[in-house]
Design a protein around this ligand. Structure first.
Ligand SMILES: Cc1ncc(C[n+]2csc(CCOP(=O)(O)OP(=O)(O)O)c2C)c(N)n1
Length: 578
């Protein structure tokens, strides 16, 4: 047995079913070992970046290790974008970075790079396997590092090492996949209870860390009569079945979330490392997080609690005095409904007939037609906005995006990984035309593996999100125009059934047909590049790029379904009123 075969055996023992990558030189012994090993397959992609993004999505859907690989030099450098995304998203991914022959290292050999330096910033762990003696232990360490962080491990392996005879038996090993929950110190829970009890009004702001704690958050919100807002990453875990919902904060935010956060006596951040500090009140804040490194890094804290959200709220709720007044909560629910009603014109009216097709209408229909456990992948760009405002979460649907690294072109490769990970679920990629073009080759991956992915291209022939940024900065849009490309014709050429929709009257039927297709399908929807409706008060200082902001929200329009939700919550308020 050689080191490559042992490596693959250890992967199979860890439950890995596939390796995404592009074959080549130093990687060949590993590819050959995959070919000869039962229970694991080689998934050829067309750009290693696509492979790493697919692995990131697979890991996020299953919660288990996913693996990608790149050959030495350029095969390595292509991996970086996807690994960055996986690492920032906390997706347990192992990347095999093949390396030039050991005797050539340091000689400026053909395709030489320094992978141990290259991947430092994109991974949580990066080490070289340079002798047979290190195997299989180092491979197991790499796996547990990825699962334990969770994040990216990179194992660098020169081609000649992969070919060496093994020095040790493979043996067996088990891994810790599910993490234990962090129980908060009782003193911190008591401090938080004291702060909650002395505050007359409380708002909760939830991030991805509330996953699995929906019941606890609702019970706590009920006890203290707190409005509940969320970040984009928190949406899928908390917005459903939530009578306290006041929407989302941040650049793409909407509703009364901002007001509720700023007007409360106490803001409690739950499982969120929300990066836009200018949207936080900067005072009267408590934070609960299972990662103590997150505490207080966005805003000064009155109370810091190191604990899992569910564990903390279970301990906290019995310690708080039940608040009897719903005044603040009901006021925020009303404000939320009003804020949404004001801007809903952007969605209603003649939108269903408007040419070019309004992207918000497309997202709304997609939300309505997609199945209850669909996995949506959304491109960085305006699709983040449509996902935030139109996709209705229910606790079973998933929405994957590059929400922390923010790379373009993620939707299609994320959909590839999701389709492999969950072959029985509907997978819908919401792609921008810019995003699709950037990793267009991955259409060939979809075709090669016959993946049942519905790719919906929001084709506005522009880099719309950047156009918006420039607009808000008072700059003339420049460099943001894409050519009018018929992506249905492109898909057709690739061998993927496709349709191009230019008439709003065809949106519903077209999407329904696409979603009912059993194999891959692409729907190229020609959408309005000027679909963005902006609040009139926006100023130059309010947004610089995607990352800096000092304002409330950039986009005013398009809140369709969210208005329905706000109204139904308000109906509950009215029912409670004497
Ligand atoms: C790799 C990369 N390059 C550039 C950017 C900056 N950027 C953010 S969104 C965007 C435009 C995306 O355009 P498109 O995919 O067509 O979607 P739209 O916003 O038009 O819906 C750009 C260029 C980025 N986030 N990632």
């Amino acid at each position: 047995m050689n080191v490559a075969e042992q490596f693959v055996q250890v992967l199979v023992q860890a439950g890995v079913q596939r390796v995404y990558g592009v074959v080549g030189d130093s990687l060949n012994p590993v590819v050959d070992a995959v070919r000869r090993t039962r229970g694991i397959e080689w998934v050829g992609v067309h750009n290693e970046e696509g492979g790493a993004l697919a692995a990131a999505a697979e890991a996020q859907v299953t919660g288990r290790l996913a693996v990608c690989a790149g050959s030495c030099g350029p095969g390595n450098t292509h991996l970086i974008q996807g690994l960055y995304d996986a690492n920032r998203s906390g997706a347990p991914v192992l990347a095999l970075a093949s390396h030039i022959p050991t005797d050539q290292i340091g000689t400026s050999f053909f395709q030489e790079t320094h992978p141990e330096r290259l991947f430092v910033d994109a991974s949580a762990w990066c080490e070289t396997l340079s002798s047979a003696d290190q195997s299989p232990r180092l491979v197991r360490v790499a796996i547990q590092q990825a699962l334990g962080t969770p994040g990216v491990s990179v194992i660098v392996m020169p081609g000649d090492v992969a070919d060496l005879h093994t020095a040790h038996a493979t043996g067996d090993g088990s891994y810790c996949i599910e993490h234990g929950r962090v129980v908060p110190p009782a003193s911190q829970v008591q401090q938080l209870a004291d702060a909650v009890n002395t505050a007359s009004t409380v708002t909760l702001f939830c991030g991805a860390g509330v996953r699995g704690a929906h019941r606890e958050v609702m019970a706590f919100a009920d006890a203290v009569k707190a409005p509940v807002g969320h970040s984009l990453r928190g949406k899928e875990w908390i917005q459903y079945d939530n009578p306290y919902d006041v929407g989302m904060s941040g650049l793409l935010g909407y509703g009364a979330c901002h007001d509720a956060m700023h007007d409360a006596d106490l803001l409690v951040l739950l499982g969120t490392d929300f990066p836009y500090d200018s949207f936080l009140p900067g005072a009267r804040t408590a934070q609960v997080d299972h990662d103590a490194r997150h505490l207080g890094r966005r805003t000064p804290l009155q109370v810091a609690v190191h604990g899992d959200v569910g564990e903390t709220l279970r301990a906290l709720t019995p310690l708080v005095q039940v608040k009897t007044s719903r005044r603040f909560l009901d006021d925020m629910l009303r404000r939320h409904e009003r804020a949404l009603a004001r801007v809903v014109d952007a969605y209603t009216g003649d939108l269903r007939q408007r040419m070019p097709i309004h992207p918000e209408y497309v997202a709304d229909v997609l939300d309505e037609l997609a199945s209850d456990d669909a996995i949506f992948t959304v491109d960085t760009g305006m699709n983040n906005v449509w996902a935030a405002r139109y996709l209705t979460p229910n606790g079973r649907r998933r929405v994957l995006g590059s929400f922390l690294h923010g790379t373009m072109a993620n939707a299609l490769p994320h959909a590839i990984g999701a389709a492999f990970a969950a072959p029985d679920r509907q997978v819908v990629a919401m792609s921008g035309d810019g995003g699709l073009a950037m990793l267009l080759g991955e259409l060939l991956t979809v075709r090669r593996h016959g993946l049942p992915v519905t790719i919906v291209v929001f084709n506005n022939s522009s880099l719309g999100m950047v156009e918006l940024e420039m607009l808000v900065e008072g700059l003339p849009a420049h460099g943001t125009t894409n050519d009018d490309v018929d992506y249905a014709a492109v898909a057709d050429g690739v061998g993927i059934p496709a349709m191009r929709i230019t008439d709003p009257g065809e949106v519903r039927d077209g999407l329904a047909r696409a979603l009912a297709t059993s194999g891959p399908v692409l729907v190229d929807v020609v959408t309005d590049p000027n679909a963005l409706s902006m609040p009139p008060s926006i100023t130059v200082q309010q947004i610089r790029g995607f990352a800096m902001a000092a304002g409330r929200t950039v986009l005013a329009g398009g809140v369709g379904k969210m208005l329905d939700l706000a109204r139904s919550n308000l109906r509950n308020v009215r029912a409670l009123e004497p």
